[in-house]
Design a protein around this ligand. Structure first.
Ligand code: OOG
Ligand code: MG
Length: 262
């Protein structure tokens, strides 16, 4: 750790205010070039603590920058981990107010819910297979608090990996009935296909993101509890949206997730 507790608390407040007031800020590593990975996650943890202390429940965990398309789009090479809060959840087919957001983008994500705890280090694919209760599709709305969506890895981790809204939809399915690697995903905006991919775009197999998440948390003495909703990361690059846009993402075998931006 390079930052003191006061600085971590101040940066958490700064970034959370930017989220809640929908205004962009400059990258925090500009002002704090010596901050390290632990500092970045400590700022994110402090944002989570602030939300929970106001009564918000943490609704799930997320991996990000897990697909080559996303890494290329954002110019980074390592996955990152964050969380989503209860108030970020939007019902399938629902409306999302762009006035509450800075510069939203949508991304298609294959998600799971666990039925047993997962604890690293040493978590592996078989443990994740055994701990998966079911698979469900979602769309994540990311909204980096950084100007023009420009950030480095430490800045985006501190900013809770751009988490903003999410929509769970389609239908839940048993993992045993799916091949997550060949599962096709087509993202449409206003009826036009914008981008598509298969599950293998995420680390060769989306559940590899859950393995990484469990090992990441394990290194910090934490685990993924049973019953946790986990988003494995956008399979394609993220698509910008504005008021008036309709999004529908069709997931093979899992149905459609849709939403409207107003
Ligand atoms: C960081 C969050 C990335 C994903 O699924 O790749 C993410 C960003 O691109 O702003 O959630
Ligand atoms: Mg995402």
């Amino acid at each position: 750790m390079k930052l003191d507790q006061n600085t971590i608390a101040r940066l958490a407040e700064h970034l959370e205010n930017a989220e809640l007031q929908a205004r962009d800020v400059t990258m925090i590593t500009g002002e704090h070039p010596d901050m390290d990975w632990d500092d970045a996650y400590a700022i994110q943890d402090e944002i989570r603590r602030r939300k929970e202390s106001r009564g918000h429940k943490t609704a799930g965990l997320k991996a990000g920058l897990t697909s080559f398309a996303k890494m290329k789009q954002m110019g980074v090479t390592t996955p990152v981990f964050g969380f989503v809060s209860d108030y970020m959840a939007v019902p399938d087919g629902g409306e999302i107010k762009t006035s509450e957001l800075i510069h939203p983008k949508v991304e298609a994500e294959i998600c799971i819910v666990t039925k047993a705890a997962l604890k690293g280090p040493g978590c592996h694919m078989a443990a994740v297979l055994a701990a998966t209760d079911f698979v469900v599709p979602a769309v994540e709305i990311i909204d980096s608090r950084y100007r023009d969506f420009k950030f480095d890895l430490k800045s985006v981790i501190a900013d809770n990996t751009s988490a903003s809204r999410f929509v769970i939809g389609g239908r839940m399915r048993d993992l045993a009935d799916l091949d997550l690697r060949t599962l096709g995903v087509v993202l449409e905006k206003n009826g036009e296909v914008m981008t598509m991919a298969a599950g293998a775009a995420v680390l060769g197999q989306p559940l590899a993101a859950v393995v990484m998440l469990a090992n990441h948390l394990g290194a910090r003495g934490q685990e993924i509890p049973a019953g946790t909703f986990i988003m494995t990361g956008g399979v394609t690059e993220a698509i910008p949206v504005k008021a008036g846009d309709n999004i529908a993402v069709r997931f093979q075998d899992l149905g459609t997730v849709s939403m409207r931006f107003v």
